[in-house]
Design a protein around this ligand. Structure first.
Ligand SMILES: [Zn+2]
Length: 285
């Protein structure tokens, strides 16, 4: 895997630096992140360090982090943070609050060390989730300004890094995540998408799936997504722009090859409408 790791914020005391309580966020994101990079490399992964130490402002720091992340393909982008404001526990932000194994396991593995599990949260408005093109998660390890910080100091950064590393690589999954088995038969997939109002012409799309393996896989992944989706999002306006549609589907993990689907949508109006309506369903249910 190729993983981008961002130790959140600039270094302590600089514009764009993190929160300070009983511990200093900028210092600890680096302790955790550097150890995490070491662990991932030791397991044979490629790592891109997306940390930016000095910037003129918070905005410049965030933009530079995304520039570092988007310079190359990444399987996953992980930004490490610590929370502030008097709460307790661990939380992980993803685009749209989508759950995937690495995010759920990061939350659960860190919480298992003695923190409250605050769960997966919608981070659609967070700059580094919105502006990175890879699948992304932002980990808020724990709070810097409550007794969370004392727990953290007792544990040490290495234990947190190990918990995140195991979540990313799936080397040790404490409990099996409940999964909905993916439909593989075209009939099941098309029935389901029709039933949910994503497509209207069953015969058209059955024909497509039989003759075009890319469309089959899109429908299969879309079907799995709609079947397992639980969150209701407030977004309502339908995306019409090909770039926006492809970007969003990619962020949701439904498609991986953005260039392939951009070209498809331009040359095949049926495929354009399939992706447009498919995404709209995902954004409004
Ligand atoms: Zn932060």
């Amino acid at each position: 895997m190729i993983i981008g790791i961002n130790c959140g914020h600039t270094v302590s005391g600089q514009p764009g630096c993190g929160a300070v309580g009983r511990i200093d966020e900028s210092v600890e994101t680096r302790h955790v992140g550097k150890k995490l990079i070491e662990l991932l490399l030791a397991q044979g992964n490629s790592v891109v360090d997306c940390t930016n130490d000095y910037a003129e402002s918070t905005g410049a720091n965030l933009a530079e982090i995304c520039r570092l992340a988007n310079k190359q393909y990444l399987d996953l982008f992980v930004s490490i943070h610590f929370n502030a404001g008097g709460g307790r526990g661990t939380e992980v932000y993803t685009y749209g609050g989508r759950t995937f194994n690495a995010a759920e396991d990061a939350c659960r593995n860190i919480a298992a060390l003695g923190f409250n599990n605050r769960g997966i949260k919608d981070g659609s408005n967070l700059y580094v989730l919105r502006h990175t093109s890879a699948r992304a998660m932002l980990v808020e390890v724990c709070f810097v300004d409550t007794d969370d910080a004392d727990k953290y100091l007792k544990l040490g950064a290495d234990k947190i890094a190990t918990a995140i590393c195991e979540a990313i690589t799936g080397t040790k999954t404490p409990t099996v995540t409940q999964t909905t088995e993916e439909y593989t038969s075209t009939n099941d997939i098309i029935w389901e998408l029709h039933h949910r109002g994503v497509i209207s012409d069953k015969a058209l799309w059955t024909g497509y799936c039989g003759s075009d393996v890319n469309v089959y896989w899109f429908c299969r992944k879309l079907c799995q997504y709609v079947r397992t989706k639980t969150r209701v999002e407030s977004e309502k306006n339908e995306y019409e722009d090909i770039g926006a549609i492809v970007w969003d589907l990619h962020h949701r993990g439904i498609i991986s090859d953005a260039a392939l689907w951009t070209a498809y949508m331009k040359r095949d109006t049926n495929v354009y409408w399939l992706l447009r309506k498919g995404l709209h369903w995902c954004r409004t249910h």
